[in-house]
Design a protein around this ligand. Structure first.
Ligand code: ZN
Length: 156
């Protein structure tokens, strides 16, 4: 097995891993992003460091964006490279994209069940499934229609 780089090893100590989002447990900036100190570079945004550990250096001027809407999340699977333009567009499309492509019908049924149970908040449900709160809200607003749409799509 490959030896862990010290930075990777140190980084992992601050990450709470779960099935969905991997939450940053150290310093959180006022804007909601995690902060991590890197020798020689100073304070860095934790999700950017997570991306670099997984994929290598981030090209100049590019942003690392969250598919999951959770700024504390450092799960590399939930992160992708984008531009400033993507960042804005992302807010409108993410719920739909994550909802239609990533969620299995079984997950949607489970989300519906949790919503109806009224124990967990939408935010907590969203986090549990690694989707945005917008997606959960959308499912709540149009439960039947949503399930019908999913059923009609073979690939899901
Ligand atoms: Zn996440």
């Amino acid at each position: 097995m490959r030896r862990l780089m010290p930075i990777e090893e140190r980084f992992r100590k601050f990450v709470r891993v779960s099935d969905g989002c991997h939450e940053w447990t150290s310093v959180i900036r006022h804007d909601g992003y995690g902060s991590f100190w890197v020798s020689g570079r100073g304070k860095q945004m934790a999700h950017r460091v997570a991306y670099e550990i997984a994929h290598g250096p981030i090209p100049e001027g590019r942003l690392v964006l969250h598919r999951c809407d959770n700024r504390k999340c450092v799960n590399p699977v939930h992160l992708y490279l984008g531009s400033q333009k993507d960042n804005g567009r992302d807010m409108d499309e993410r719920g739909r994209r994550v909802g239609r492509r990533k969620l299995k019908t079984a997950c949607v049924s489970e989300i519906v069940r949790l919503i109806n149970e009224r124990v967990l908040s939408q935010e907590k449900i969203a986090r549990r499934f690694g989707v945005s709160q917008i997606t959960v809200s959308r499912i709540k607003l149009g439960q039947r229609q949503y399930l019908r749409e999913l059923d009609s799509r073979k690939e899901i």
